[in-house]
Design a binder for this molecule. Structure first.
Ligand code: SF4
Length: 332
């Protein structure tokens, strides 16, 4: 257990300022994410060092398609989440756990994580599977060491952290994929009473602060699969830049929405076509077990080929298209 960052005392209670829920937590209790607890008037992280992951993934799996394509990342995750999505794909570690399960996980120091990354010859660390905000103290300590060892850091996030967390993370964070999950109603009803405007504000901040940004919209049948929802998302992306990679991905029945069917490929392609018609430059249709290639927006030269996490750089030289020399929007 480690004293948390990002909190203050409020009379006899503690207030957590890691995410926009700002839980005010009584003595002996944990916040909404279940892993940040008021112990003797101090906020404690229950999951510092309790890494659940030793997976090495292609960075494309996050998905991050335009940031060091073809590289490998070591995953870091812990129990807990500040959302309560009905369709959570990682519910066994985000929601269905208790303190005894956390205690049963052996401690892995930040140094050990870096040692493993170097031994496995990955290029970066991904804070993933559960929301990095809720284990931010552990993440930050690993991120600092990662930088000292020439490894990059990427977050896969729901984007609901506070500005304090974002500002501190920015010192070491290279790239982030943020879920943009649906419209206002979807965030309220499906994700656990979340304010979408806070997520959008953070996405704007990330973009303005030049952290490499990609966005993912998981299409859940009957919940967020209407054309007007896609349009709202696309218009928001366009209000920032048409160069932000946008991933529309297919849902597979899961957790409390296991009674639904999978998203039809037709719907995913419909969302992709709509974004392309509105001139979002890089749109991808994910989870369909189909090719997800990147093409030069100027001459349509194949830049990167991808098929089910196997990717190859085909037509980029020094971050430019090898055919027409146009600047590509890739970090290599
Ligand atoms: S990180 Fe957890 S404890 Fe802190 S405000 Fe968010 S949900 Fe509450």
């Amino acid at each position: 257990m480690k004293e948390a960052l990002f909190w203050n005392k409020e009379k006899n209670l503690v207030k957590c300022n890691a995410c926009k829920r700002h839980c005010v937590i009584p003595e002996g209790k944990a916040g909404f994410c279940l892993v940040r607890k008021n112990l003797n008037g101090k906020l404690i992280s229950l999951v510092y060092g309790k890494n659940l992951t030793s997976e090495i993934d292609p960075i494309e799996k996050k998905p991050l398609f335009h940031f060091h394509p073809t590289s490998k990342v070591l995953g870091v995750s812990t129990f807990g989440c500040n959302f309560s999505c009905l369709h959570c794909q990682n519910y066994s570690i985000s929601k269905e756990f208790d303190e005894s399960m956390i205690n049963s996980i052996k401690f892995t120091s930040p140094e050990k994580v870096i040692e493993s990354a170097l031994k496995n010859k990955v290029q970066g660390i991904a804070y993933t599977y559960t929301e990095p905000t809720i284990f931010i103290e552990y993440a930050l300590d690993i991120m600092k060491l990662a930088k000292e060892n020439n490894l990059f850091n990427v977050f896969v996030s729901n984007g609901y952290m506070t500005k304090e967390v974002l500002k501190e993370s920015k010192k070491y964070l290279d790239a982030i994929n943020v879920d943009l999950k649906g419209n206002e109603n979807f965030y309220k009803k499906v994700c656990g009473n979340i304010d979408i405007n806070e997520v959008k504000e953070n996405i704007k901040w990330i973009y303005k602060n030049k952290i490499h940004l990609e966005l993912t919209y998981l299409i859940v049948p009957s919940f967020n699969d209407k054309k007007e929802f896609f349009e709202e998302t696309i218009n928001f992306v366009l209000s920032l830049s048409n160069k932000i990679p946008l991933h529309f991905t297919a849902f597979y029945p899961q957790y409390k929405l296991d009674y639904l069917t999978s998203t039809s490929p037709f719907t995913v392609m419909q969302a992709k076509d709509l974004a392309e018609k509105k001139e979002v430059k890089y749109v991808y249709a994910g989870n369909l077990k189909k090719e997800e290639n990147s093409f030069c927006p100027e001459c349509k030269n194949l830049l990167v080929s991808r098929f089910y996490f196997n990717s190859e750089i085909k037509g980029i030289k020094k971050e430019k298209c090898s055919n027409c020399n146009a600047k590509t929007d890739f970090v290599l």
